[in-house]
Design a protein around this ligand. Structure first.
Ligand code: FES
Ligand SMILES: [Fe+2]
Length: 358
């Protein structure tokens, strides 16, 4: 499925962000992830749990279940499932609950202020595959990390990946907010760092944007290093470091500050996503007014990206099939695309192999 050369839309045996921690409470909430309804809730001790959104009895929505202790009691015929998914009660036959009766559960890991879910084969859910939150400056006392929000996105997740992997668009899509004219023309370096893909460019900004001037306290021309780190299948950390003009890469060069904005489009369906975003900064720690200014400023950028991606999505299947043309600046998006495609193909290979062995 576009833009992949596979019929499948996304890999399943990977970690995805399912929700922010604050969204999940003792009251069940439903979210469609990878085309499956999932229900999230917390036990009395506060542990987050993810279960299938349909009752295995007659497919009633589990979001309408009652939380009884740590268990869910289906709102239709009262079957009850503990937080490991085991059926513990069938009201019409109290003495006999077949041992194999289960509600599907999903591996879930709470880190920083969000929940990572594994939608595929649970035996493959290796938590060491979750990006290192210290390296992301999410669990780093020298940086202050904040939640942005979660927005509906009427576009396929890979469009978000490729949007952030080529910051050329910042000059055009974000002309009124966080972009300057020189970004599009700056040469880009792309580096495969194993677990993630790094792309970077350095731009002289004789006139930084009013937003950056205000939040970073800039007082003249700067050199801005923009970079994106892509952790496939769907996690992007993109940000800028602002140096005194001519000082980037120089020992002792004055650094005004650095920030990263996180962009995660988790597939909802093959063509829609949940867009989670957040940010972390190296400056103005503890200044909550500044946090609000940053959130409001970046939200404008987030809305500009949503508008561009949704407009793009609407055109994908219109007109006769066409091969896209690519330029040098597409090196990052194309490599990122291959990383995700390889994940899809690798798991299809495993599936074919296991069905052949059956
Ligand atoms: S549908 Fe859930 S108990 Fe019947
Ligand atoms: Fe953008």
């Amino acid at each position: 499925m576009y833009p992949f050369k596979t019929t499948q839309s996304y890999p399943r045996n990977q970690w995805y962000i399912a929700a922010f921690s604050h969204e999940v409470s003792r009251t069940p909430m439903e979210r469609t992830l990878l085309d499956e309804p999932v229900v999230l809730y917390r036990t009395g001790a506060g542990a987050a749990v993810a279960v299938a959104g349909r009752c295995p009895h007659r497919r009633f929505p589990m979001v309408r279940a009652a939380v009884v202790g740590d268990a869910l009691q289906c709102g239709y015929h009262g079957w009850t499932f503990d937080c490991s998914g085991a059926c513990t009660r069938i009201p019409s036959q109290e003495q006999y609950v077949p041992a194999g009766f289960k509600l599907r559960t999903y591996p879930l890991v709470e880190k920083w202020q969000w929940l990572w879910i594994w939608m595929g084969d649970p035996t493959l859910a290796d938590t060491s595959l979750i990006p290192d939150h210290a390296a992301l400056h999410l669990e780093n006392s020298a940086w202050q990390a904040s939640i942005g929000g979660v927005e509906p996105l009427a576009g396929r997740f890979q469009l978000m990946n490729e949007n952030v992997l080529d910051l050329t668009h910042v000059t055009f899509v974000h002309a009124a907010t966080i972009g300057t004219s020189g970004i599009a023309a700056a040469p880009i370096e792309v580096e495969d760092r194993g677990r993630y893909l790094h792309s970077q460019r350095t731009v002289a900004e004789p006139n930084p944007t009013p937003f950056h001037t205000r939040v970073l306290g800039l007082d003249g021309p700067v050199e801005r290093v923009l970079s994106t780190d892509f952790y496939p299948p769907a996690f992007l950390s993109s940000g800028s470091s602002f140096y005194e003009a001519g000082a980037s890469g120089q020992p002792g060069g004055r650094l005004f500050g650095e920030f990263r904005v996180f962009h995660i489009a988790t597939p909802e369906t093959p063509v829609t996503s949940h867009y989670f975003w957040g940010f972390t900064r190296s400056f103005g720690q503890g200044d909550e007014e500044l946090t609000e200014q940053l959130r409001a400023g970046w939200r404008l950028g987030v809305l500009e990206d949503i508008d561009a991606i949704e407009a793009n999505e609407r055109m994908i299947d219109r007109g006769p099939l066409q091969h896209d043309l690519s330029a040098q600046a597409d090196a990052g998006p194309l490599r990122g695309r291959r990383m995700v495609e390889d994940m899809i193909l690798a798991e299809r290979g495993t599936e074919l192999l296991s069905s052949a062995l059956r």
